[in-house]
Design a binder for this molecule. Structure first.
Ligand code: FDA
Length: 569
């Protein structure tokens, strides 16, 4: 019936999907449906509480994807968290709002995606944002900004938690890091991220609530007559026009919901926003992917794109903890973002050339791992670009988060640009089965070395006053497990036994020219299709130094404008 026909059908009402739904439904003559596997979490306290990070983990709103055994990382599986809710992963994430280093967004255009550069995206970073100017109390506790970097009229509230950590902490961290040569960065959201900073979060500062994609982009607009969310409903695959000759033409999406299996028809376009672990799987279930994989499941090939699901890039996270010599109240938002120069000092050029001399071998192994689906030359080019970002452009090498809470002072960190590349592929033809996810954590020596090097830098910071004076004993890793001057292999053993995913998977349906391994073009349209796009973390071709949501909101804003341009004149 007419109830199940819309102009645009968006799969996934998450971080990116709700932006697209909001912006497309601004076109009054067009109808928009969002298919979302999860439900409303508007009244879920595990979501809304500003201090509730982690409370939603393992509950029904966490997909909690399990990876394959991680051969290079000690053998065990990892859990990758992702939100199953209206609002997607933005409802369970850490709320950190940091963008990227300018050169990383400019790289998208350099590799052939016309129009995707920092200056253009900056407009959309700001368009998505409603910056909440901090109060004098928040300023006293470290909130700092350049107003020119921020948008004031967008849907997403960005600011600092109402209760920020004691004002003594930031000056103590600053004095410590000044001695290590790391400058203070007033506002890391202008494209220069290196330094110590008190970053903003996606919070409604006044109401003291998490601001996620649903609170920002959906709930205030839920009464639009042309916008419909179909929740508790899972997309299985795209349905194609039967006589698609040149290009594959989508006519709708097969879903399983409260009425069983049915088709939601799309007159104009199907947009996949199911996240980087799910959108490539939907492409494969729909016949777009590597024929060698599709054949195993008897799925007829609509479009041969061997790189669907490849190029998976995630980071790995680990932590320190110390006894506190003080009591800290409130929510901390302190990060140190040192560059390779900061970490390696006078050894940086030796490290840079060591890494450089490994790239050809790394690229060969990535290609072999994909059974040739990914071309060695393409990976090598991407690795060289990444090497130059790290060692020439001096983008941040790691993020180090400081968490003084109560009477303990802990720290989480992750090297920002690992070289390991993995994949996500279907395991069955049943869309309700999770995909096979293999990030290949620590596939390469450099990724493990980076962990040990950053860990040493952190321990050094905690041994430098005044930071040294406000912490007591190191509880993790602890001198017993990793003594002072421990060898690389001791550090690396600790890393492998304690690391986790940093939950930033990207790249599995990369926006790149087709001959460079792309799955979508610069309008985020899937190659070989007339009317299917991907708009979510899958399309980011390279990992970023910022947390992902700010960039995903901006990408989805820009994608929405590119789509609208085709329908309104
Ligand atoms: P997202 O996951 O938001 O949306 C996908 C949606 O599709 C989900 O709602 C899902 O239920 C739905 N879906 C999937 N398959 C479907 C199907 N077959 N049918 C129907 N619906 C389907 N970032 C940041 O900026 N700051 C931070 O502090 C953090 N911290 C952090 C912590 C944790 C624990 C995690 C897991 C992640 C973060 N991140 C983060 C990362 C960030 O939150 C994440 O990258 C984005 O929210 C991903 O947005 P997407 O739009 O790609 O997918």
């Amino acid at each position: 019936g007419s109830a199940s026909r819309y102009d645009f059908v968006i799969v996934g009402g998450g971080t990116s999907g709700l932006v697209v739904a909001n912006r497309l439904s601004e076109m009054e003559g067009f109808t928009v449906a969002v298919i979302e596997a999860g439900d409303s979490v508007l009244n879920n306290a595990n979501v809304s509480a500003v201090t509730g990070y982690g409370q939603a983990f393992g509950t029904e709103i966490d997909w909690a994807y399990e990876t394959e055994d991680q051969t290079y990382a000690g053998g065990s599986k990892q859990i990758i968290r992702a939100g199953k809710a209206i609002g997607g992963t933005s409802t369970i994430n850490g709320m950190t709002h940091t963008r990227a280093q300018k050169v990383q967004i400019d790289a998208w255009e350099h590799v052939g995606n016309e129009g995707w550069n920092w200056n253009n995206l900056f407009t959309y970073y700001k368009k998505s944002e409603e910056f909440q100017v901090p109060t004098s109390e928040q300023v006293a506790r470290g909130a700092d900004y350049y107003i020119a970097y921020h948008g004031e009229h967008g849907p997403l509230k960005v600011g600092w938690p109402r209760e920020m950590t004691n004002s003594s902490v930031l000056p103590q961290l600053d004095e410590t890091f000044q001695q290590l040569g790391l400058p203070y960065n007033r506002d890391c959201n202008g494209g220069s991220m290196v330094g110590l900073t008190a970053h903003p979060n996606t919070v409604d500062s006044e109401a003291n609530l998490r601001h996620d994609a649903a609170r920002a982009y959906y709930w205030p607009y839920q009464h639009r007559p042309n916008l419909k969310i179909i929740s508790n409903t899972s997309a299985n695959k795209i349905i194609w026009e039967s006589d698609s000759s040149n290009e594959a033409v989508a006519v709708g999406v097969e879903v399983t919901g409260v009425n069983g299996v049915e088709t939601i028809y799309a007159s104009k376009e199907v947009i996949l926003s199911a996240g980087s672990l799910r959108s490539p799987m939907l492409l494969e279930l729909s016949g777009i992917g590597n024929p060698n994989i599709l054949r195993q499941f008897d799925i007829p090939v609509q479009v041969n794109i061997s790189t669907v699901g490849e190029n998976l890039q995630d980071q790995t996270n680990n932590g320190f903890s110390y006894e506190g010599n003080d009591i800290w109240l409130g929510s901390p938002t302190f990060s140190a973002l040192p560059s390779a120069d900061d970490i390696f000092g006078e050894n940086v050029s030796t490290i840079a050339s060591d890494v450089n001399s490994s790239l050809a071998e790394y690229a060969k192994r990535v290609s072999e791992h994909s059974n040739g689906a990914v071309q060695e030359g393409n990976v090598l080019a991407a690795f060289q670009l990444q090497h130059d970002q790290i060692f020439k452009s001096q983008v941040p090498y790691a993020e180090i988060v400081f968490l003084p809470i109560g009477n303990s002072f802990s720290s989480e960190y992750w090297p920002l640009l690992p070289f390991s590349r993995g994949s996500v592929h279907i395991n069955s033809t049943d869309g309700s089965q999770p995909p096979s996810i293999n990030p290949n954590y620590f596939m390469f020596g450099q990724d493990l070395n980076a962990h040990a090097d950053v860990a040493r830098y952190i321990r050094n910071a905690f041994s430098t006053p005044p930071l040294r004076t406000i912490v007591g004993e190191e509880l993790a890793p602890g001198q017993k497990h990793v003594p002072e001057n421990a060898s690389d292999s001791i550090w690396e053993g600790w890393v492998k036994s304690k690391y986790r995913s940093n939950f930033h998977p990207v790249g599995t349906a990369s926006m790149l020219p087709r001959d460079k391994g792309g799955v979508v073009d610069a309008e985020l349209k899937v190659y070989g299709t007339k009317n299917v796009r991907v708009v979510d973390a899958s399309v980011l071709p390279f990992q970023l130094c910022g947390h992902l949501t700010s960039t995903l909101y901006a990408v989805a804003e820009r994608a929405s404008d590119l789509i609208k341009k085709r329908y309104i004149f």
